[in-house]
Design a protein. Structure first.
Length: 132
């Protein structure tokens, strides 16, 4: 029996190699996309019934009540941003944005990927200070 002609085995090998490479690239892209989704979805967001200054005061008082330090605080007329840190050293970033004159959106990020337990406690402390 003679070996198969070269012209039929080369395209098959090439197709199989390209298929294997493209599958691994897709898997890598999916893995990167999944990691990005965790980071993007790690923020806890809520809309607060209160003006931006009221919400900012509620955040500062809520952090204080949880024994979390306010390391930085910056505010403009329509937005504010606070930085804190957990006892474990995870960074906490809280962003506020005025949605209407009496409604404020809050975004809470704990660490790189989020920590639902910590951000839930922070949000609850903020809501209590707003009387809601």
């Amino acid at each position: 029996m003679s070996p198969p002609p070269l012209r039929s085995t080369v395209p098959r090998a090439l197709v199989l190699t390209l298929a294997a490479l493209s599958t691994s690239c897709i898997a890598a892209a999916v893995a990167v996309g999944a990691a990005g989704a965790i980071y993007l979805n790690g923020d806890r967001e809520a809309e607060l019934a209160g003006t931006l200054p009221e919400a900012l005061a509620a955040v500062e008082n809520g952090l204080h009540a949880l024994d979390l330090p306010v390391l930085e605080s910056a505010s403009s007329g329509t937005a504010a941003r606070l930085l804190s840190r957990t006892d474990d050293g995870d960074e906490i970033v809280i962003s506020l944005e005025a949605v209407t004159p009496d409604r404020t959106r809050v975004s809470i990020r704990v660490g790189t990927f989020g920590d639902s337990g910590v951000d839930e406690r922070i949000e609850a402390a903020i809501q209590r200070r707003l009387g809601r």
